[in-house]
Design a binder for this molecule. Structure first.
Ligand SMILES: [Zn+2]
Length: 256
């Protein structure tokens, strides 16, 4: 391409199919790095892992086989891949606060055991404690052999940080222009938390925890997942590079 920085990486976005390029330093987890659709490395990695898990190869969504028979649930999935996946798969994007609703801590029993794949990208750090319930439900939503594609921010070596371990009956209020969380614990004690961290997006955006690599893997194992793997591997042709080995996507399967 004329005028292209010689250090830039040319790639084909696996969401929109655009041929585009970016400097490696621009290929961050969250930054919009596709010149076509604005997808991030995380979003392209999610689609890559879904494609590998369902079809055994990393395809752009436009090249997916038409498989409406494959049931894929997503939890507040990004719109830029949700509508494209829905054109190829039996894909349902679900939400906590609007239809079609799904509370990952307590999913409707009609969904259980039906999913060929469940996608959850940067949701589990926002689920009210105990987060173990979300991991257990994720397993139960899948059919035996079904695939989980999961991303959460996590630290490489740090401890798991659970911000509100006794969360029970809580509300978030504004105090002097800042948001504060008031909680009443199960045994009736009142707690107040400042310094809240919110992430973008609708629904559960309050950060409830920061996983560690160890706590993420332990939660998956305790829920009964098998074939668990973290994915720091690059796929330059799809614009997927990781500059670090934490907060990378994970996959796991419900045992047969
Ligand atoms: Zn794109």
């Amino acid at each position: 391409m004329l005028g292209q920085d010689p250090h830039s990486l040319a790639f084909r976005c696996n969401l929109c199919g655009a041929l585009t390029s970016a400097l490696p330093a621009q290929l961050t987890r969250e930054g919009a790095s596709c010149g076509g659709c604005g997808s991030s490395v995380r979003q392209r990695a999610v689609v890559r892992l879904l494609s590998l898990g369902l079809f055994g190869e990393s395809l752009a969504i436009g090249d997916f086989p038409l498989r409406p028979d494959l049931t894929v649930l997503d939890l507040s999935g990004a719109e830029i891949y949700a509508r494209r996946l829905a054109g190829k798969l039996g894909y349902v994007n679900t939400f906590l606060h609007r239809e079609p609703r799904l509370d990952i801590a307590a999913p409707d029993p009609s969904w259980l055991g039906r999913c060929d794949a469940l996608v959850s990208s940067d949701v589990f750090e926002h689920v009210a404690p105990p987060v173990a319930a979300a991991f257990t439900s994720a397993l139960r939503l899948l059919r035996p052999g079904g695939l989980l594609v999961l991303t959460v921010p996590f630290t490489r070596d740090g401890p798991h940080a659970e911000h509100f371990p006794e969360l029970h009956d809580f509300r978030i209020a504004e105090e002097d222009g800042r948001r504060v969380l008031f909680n009443r614990t199960a045994d009736g004690r009142r707690q107040r938390f400042g310094d809240l961290v919110f992430h973008g997006g609708e629904g559960r955006t309050l950060e409830m925890r920061v996983f560690s690599r160890a706590s993420l893997l332990a939660h998956l194992a305790e829920a009964g997942f098998a074939e668990t793997a973290l994915h720091p591997e690059p796929e330059p042709r799809s614009g997927i590079l990781w500059h670090h080995d934490w907060s990378v996507p994970a996959t796991a399967r419900r045992p047969l």
